[in-house]
Design a binder for this molecule. Structure first.
Ligand SMILES: Cc1cc2nc3c(=O)[nH]c(=O)nc-3n(C[C@H](O)[C@H](O)[C@H](O)COP(=O)(O)OP(=O)(O)OC[C@H]3O[C@@H](n4cnc5c(N)ncnc54)[C@H](O)[C@@H]3O)c2cc1C
Length: 163
């Protein structure tokens, strides 16, 4: 028997999944942050056409988008974690955090590879590792397709986002 009361085992199991999804979201934030930090440093060090590459607008825009989406993912994850810590069920919140943080990690690591140019594909730099790590967060602990299923069913069950 799972837990102390008969008939409540499924709830305990789903609660465990919520914690797991928060952990995956946090892991995705770490990978995304490492990729952003490496890309930011490289973009200031590497020069082309007589200036550091971050001053080329395309590269600056990548960095701005990476930092913005990472900050949004972090806030979403903190919100879900605080709700869980307060003892509330967070099926939808943990699903949103895991979905958004992992997709963000995928996008940020890809942009970090772009910013490193040819070196982004090389094992001499860590960004190629981050790019290989990101898909685990998309697939593991319930794929992102499943997170969307969970979020949609919770939206219907709760009668909307802020009901
Ligand atoms: C590196 C790695 C480490 C892992 N570590 C662990 C671990 O520690 N513990 C553990 O338990 N598992 C672990 N997994 C397994 C992981 O959780 C599963 O791979 C994942 O849940 C997907 O299951 P599956 O591989 O059977 O894919 P499938 O279920 O065959 O899914 C294939 C595709 O169909 C989609 N799909 C399936 N069903 C639906 C549906 N109902 N609605 C919409 N789309 C659907 C999926 O989203 C996916 O895109 C790990 C996987 C990897 C790659």
């Amino acid at each position: 028997m799972l837990g102390e009361t008969e008939g409540e085992g499924f709830g305990h199991m789903m609660g465990g999944l919520e914690t797991g999804r928060l952990q995956v979201a946090a892991r995705a934030l770490g990978v995304g942050r490492a990729a952003l930090e490496d890309a930011l440093a490289y973009a200031q060090e590497r020069e082309s056409f007589g200036r550091p590459i971050w001053q080329h607008q395309s590269i600056g825009n990548y960095l701005a988008d990476m930092a913005t989406s990472l900050t949004a993912a972090r806030q979403l994850t903190l919100h879900a974690a605080r709700e869980a810590e307060a003892g509330r069920r967070v099926d939808m919140e943990a699903g949103m955090a895991k979905l958004f943080a992992s997709e963000t990690a995928m996008q940020i690591t890809l942009n970090a590879v772009r910013i490193h140019g040819g070196y982004g594909y090389s094992t001499e730099f860590d960004v190629e590792r981050y790019y290989r790590d990101a898909p685990l967060m998309i697939v593991g602990e319930g794929t992102n397709e499943i997170q969307r299923n969970v979020i949609a069913s919770q939206l219907v069950k709760r009668g909307g986002l802020d009901a």
